[in-house]
Design a protein around this ligand. Structure first.
Ligand SMILES: Nc1nc2c(ncn2[C@@H]2O[C@H](COP(=O)(O)OP(=O)(O)OP(=O)(O)O)[C@@H](O)[C@H]2O)c(=O)[nH]1
Ligand SMILES: [Mg+2]
Length: 178
């Protein structure tokens, strides 16, 4: 008699989420706010990556927070395979042209181009700036779904709203992707 394989099926595995964006944008702060439920955190620059399980509304995600240094951008690619969703954090105080260019490139990566992208704008002071227009233009060729929202990484409600938005985006795509 042949044996049966009784391990978890692929669809039972937690979905894989990447957090990408410039150094100092608040990626690690966001991840550990989600994990620990507090914003009172002291982070250090990430050398390679952090990975943690994040639970929301009964669902668990494996969330990978990648180093944001420019010299890590090529190495970032090794993490793309098997990803189900991307959080791209924009540091509104950073070199915006470079960030927008990077965002546009990341959304077109083979392993990421069909995925939901949640773009979080952190540290935005001037709500009348044309930053959102630039972000939307960087997303215009991305065939997957996308959402852009302001976030205040230091505010508990804001980081929790971002997690719920991410969860919504992932659960609404799972009805079409078995
Ligand atoms: N005041 C303020 N500080 C912030 C904000 N976002 C992040 N920080 C701080 O900026 C520093 C860097 O945040 P991290 O979360 O470590 O940044 P990161 O995106 O993970 O950066 P890398 O690991 O270098 O890619 C930390 O000391 C944070 O507490 C913000 O919105 N306001
Ligand atoms: Mg970090």
């Amino acid at each position: 008699m042949g044996g049966t394989c009784s391990g978890p099926s692929l669809k039972d595995l937690p979905k894989k989420i990447l957090i990408i964006g410039n150094s100092g944008g608040g990626k690690t702060h966001l991840l550990y706010s989600w994990v620990l439920g507090t914003n009172d955190l002291d982070t250090v620059p990430t050398d390679s990556f952090n990975v943690e399980r994040v639970a929301v509304e009964g669902k668990v995600y494996m969330v990978w927070d990648l180093c944001g240094r420019k010299d890590f951008r090529l190495k970032r690619r090794q993490f793309y395979h098997g990803t189900d969703g991307v959080v791209y954090i924009i540091d509104a105080l950073s070199d915006i042209e470079d960030t927008i260019d990077d965002l546009a490139k990341v959304t077109m990566e083979r392993d990421l181009n069909s995925l939901p992208f949640l773009v979080l704008i952190n540290k935005r002071k001037d709500i009348n700036s044309d930053l959102v227009i630039k972000v939307e233009s960087a997303l215009k060729n991305h065939p997957g779904s996308s959402q852009v929202m302001d976030v205040n990484i230091m505010d508990k409600e804001s980081v929790s709203a971002a997690l719920i938005q991410l969860h919504k985006m992932l659960t609404s795509t799972s009805s079409v992707i078995p």
